[in-house]
Write a protein that binds this ligand. Structure first.
Ligand code: PMV
Length: 339
């Protein structure tokens, strides 16, 4: 925990400015892509809300070709333009504000009107959040556009300031975000686990795509402030992280799946015990969970993870694919290591 009262905390701009050259170079345009990611050991709780420094380290699997493309170019008008999935957005929309606040950390006070064009290829039907890939792709595009020449760990730490989970989207495959201890958070960044697991599959099951009633920032804060179960979370997450990491290296789906499922359920237990309660599950989420548990009873090696929303992600290996596709007809399958 930081010992500084909020008004003495370092700001994002103060941390970022240390890494920027005094004079900004500007290209005509830049393009970047970042994959979305699903946490196997979840990030839940901030020890510093300004810099998005987490209470615990986390591990994710990246979603390969599913993610965000960002294109930055010079605007020929005097104003910025923000586009999302081929639609121009009002500059006072919440998406535009988030994007431009982040861009301004790098553009600083220079008058360089930009077009920021984001395209998500995450199927809306999968009901996945795109803020992780969105901020990572934006950071990679800014790095190129302003010729910042930042290395990957710095890009990961800066993406984290846009959205915590974006720190992991700078990399692909299995990724570990170390919580770090430094006051400026520059050691709170991700690294890629040097391993491949070709048969590993993720099944995305949409339950609802409507916007969640409580966003993750609010949810985390409410949980920390009001849930008595949250006290046990940091210790549990640390133990789960070790177990999940070793299961990844030994390609042990039972150990990985059981631990990831327990971790997700524990995170949800802290939310449910918050006040007012945070229950992201819908009746349909529970129906899918029960079906998965029945399948497991019947010998199918399949496990569940869920984020701050009602949609379910299944974790399994290729040999279970046909039986799971028959059970869940709308499931979208991602194979992060498929050639
Ligand atoms: O990065 P954020 O602020 O959208 O928070 C993500 C929180 C979870 O998705 C619930 C967990 C995680 O580690 O991705």
């Amino acid at each position: 925990m930081t010992n500084h009262p909020v008004n003495e905390q370092l700001t994002k701009a103060q941390v970022i400015n240390r890494y920027l050259k005094p004079k900004l170079a500007v290209k005509e345009s830049a393009d970047a892509f970042a994959s979305s990611n699903i946490a196997l050991c979840k990030y839940w709780g901030k020890r510093n809300g300004e810099l998005n420094l987490p209470v615990n380290s986390s591990i994710s699997i990246s979603l390969g070709h599913l993610g965000s493309h960002t294109h930055i170019s010079l605007s020929d008008t005097n104003e910025d333009q923000v586009r999302l999935n081929n639609q121009a957005l009002a500059l006072d929309s919440s998406f535009s504000k988030k994007v431009l606040n982040f861009v301004n950390l790098f553009r600083r006070d220079q008058k360089i009107p930009l077009i920021i064009d984001t395209r998500n290829n995450i199927p809306t039907a999968a009901g996945l959040a795109s803020s992780a890939s969105g901020f990572a792709a934006l950071m990679l595009a800014l790095n190129d556009f302003f010729d910042l020449q930042l290395d990957k760990t710095v890009l990961s730490a800066f993406s984290r300031m846009g959205s915590g989970s974006a720190s992991r989207s700078i990399y692909s495959g299995f990724v570990r975000w170390n919580m770090g201890v430094d006051e400026d958070g520059m050691d709170s960044c991700a690294t890629q686990l040097e391993t491949q697991w070709p048969t590993f599959c993720i099944g995305l099951i949409k339950v609802s795509t409507t916007q969640k009633p409580v966003d993750s920032r609010t949810g985390m804060n409410r949980t920390i402030e009001t849930s008595h179960l949250y006290n046990s979370w940091p210790q549990q997450a640390a133990e789960d992280l070790t177990s999940i990491e070793s299961a990844i290296f030994s390609q042990d789906i039972e150990q990985l799946g059981a631990c990831a499922e327990k971790n997700a359920m524990s995170m949800h237990a802290t939310m449910i015990s918050a006040w007012p309660p945070l229950v992201y599950w819908l009746p349909e989420s529970l129906a899918v969970m029960h079906k998965v548990w029945q399948l497991r009873e019947a010998g199918v090696s399949v496990y569940i993870t869920m984020d701050a929303g009602p949609n379910i992600k299944l974790l399994f290996e290729e040999q279970q694919l046909s039986v799971l596709e028959a059970e869940f007809s709308t499931m979208e399958v991602v194979r992060p290591f498929a050639k």
